[in-house]
Design a protein around this ligand. Structure first.
Ligand code: F6P
Length: 358
């Protein structure tokens, strides 16, 4: 058996641990393991694969990023290229991708990725490739999985940063607006905001009213709390408004950003208080994975190889109620796991007086 491992889309802490455990579990079964360099886009190059050996994966579990490299423009069904006039176009190179797997004798693929990667993986299964998916994204929005690798570390990083901002906000009696990642779902904002005692948490699942945020800040002021911390997910939307988009590159999702800067100005105008904003951005994706992320990544990687060994193809490995399970890839594709508005985490936030913008 010869397998390939791909890490596609945005990186996340824990990817290397998943690569290590998938590689070692496969090697121990006598299989060969190839890593795909920089995502599917590099398959069409001279050296699409890097052999993964026990030596190559030694000591990598604690490292952030991915030793394989990744790319956000790696969809074989919509591969961007510049035409003769220098404009970007998309082309379907999926048949070529399948042919390359056959040419290199790849029997199965471990696709470690987020919702986009699972969608691609599912489409590859329709072309006869045998795939097992591993859920990765700091956004934690993959359907069917309680937690994806990278989320715990991102929440810890964001929570620590917000906590640091609280002390300077208090000294200066300012409003601090912190933008965290979360395109469609507010998992990072909710968990990091709650665990670092934010006063306002704005998530994409609840369109926010500016007035409600202003009221919360004024109310705190009235009670003698002269500073406020607002945590906002990059995908949060004001009632009647739309998402803050910074730009769009062909073959990639829209680049979001700007909601914190918008709130900084509006909140300062409406409350008369000084406000500052900052975007945590890719800080949340970098660095060493937490012990929990290492552990689930190792479990996911080994579980993927176990599924292949049992010939249980076209599945995604998931964590449900702290147990590893497998679900059909086809069930995951095209869906998003949003924050449940009646979950106890949301209720907790409301019950301790955090404003959710509604
Ligand atoms: O991994 C998902 C994500 O973290 C989103 O929250 C964010 O919008 C996106 O990645 C940013 O990715 P890029 O690396 O393309 O800026």
């Amino acid at each position: 058996m010869r397998i390939a491992i791909n890490t596609g889309g945005g990186d996340a802490p824990g990817l290397n641990a998943a690569i290590r455990s998938a590689t070692l579990s496969a090697l121990r079964r006598g299989w060969e393991v190839l890593g795909i360099r920089n995502g599917y886009g590099s398959l069409y190059s001279d050296q699409p694969f890097v052999p993964l050996t026990a030596e190559r994966v030694r000591g990598i579990s604690m490292m952030g990023g991915t030793i394989l490299g990744t790319a956000n423009r790696g969809n074989p069904f919509e591969m961007p290229f510049k035409n003769a006039s220098g404009d970007w176009e998309l082309e379907d190179r999926s048949d070529e991708t399948v042919e390359i797997f056959h040419r290199y004798g790849v029997d199965a693929l471990v696709a470690i990725g987020g919702d986009g990667s699972m969608h691609i993986a599912n489409r590859l299964t329709e072309k006869g490739i045998r795939v097992v998916g591993v859920p990765k994204t700091i956004d934690n929005d993959i359907w069917g999985c309680d937690i994806s690798l990278g989320f715990d570390t991102a929440v810890t990083t964001a929570s620590e940063a917000i906590e640091r901002l609280s002390t300077t906000a208090e000294s200066h009696r300012r409003i601090m607006v912190v933008e965290v990642m979360g395109r469609y779902a507010g998992w990072i904002a909710l968990h990091a905001g709650l665990s670092s005692s934010a006063d306002v948490i704005l998530i994409p699942e609840i369109d926010f009213s500016l007035q409600s945020v202003v009221d919360k800040i004024n109310d705190r002021e009235y009670r003698g709390d002269t500073y406020s911390i607002v945590v906002v997910a990059e995908g949060a939307v004001e009632q009647g408004g739309s998402r803050f988009v910074k730009g769009k590159v062909p073959g990639q999702s829209e680049q979001l950003g700007g909601v914190a800067e918008y709130l900084e100005k509006k909140l300062s105008d409406k409350t008369g208080k000084e406000a500052r904003s900052l975007v945590l951005g890719h800080l949340q994706r970098g660095g060493r994975p937490s012990a929990y992320d290492r552990l689930i990544s190792l479990r996911f990687g080994a579980a993927a190889i176990r599924a292949l060994a049992e010939q249980d193809f076209n599945r995604m490995i998931v964590m449900q109620q702290n147990e590893i399970k497998r679900i059909p890839l086809a069930n995951v594709a095209g869906k998003t796991k949003l924050v449940h508005l009646h979950s106890d985490t949301v209720l907790t936030a409301r019950e301790i007086g955090i404003c959710l913008g509604d």
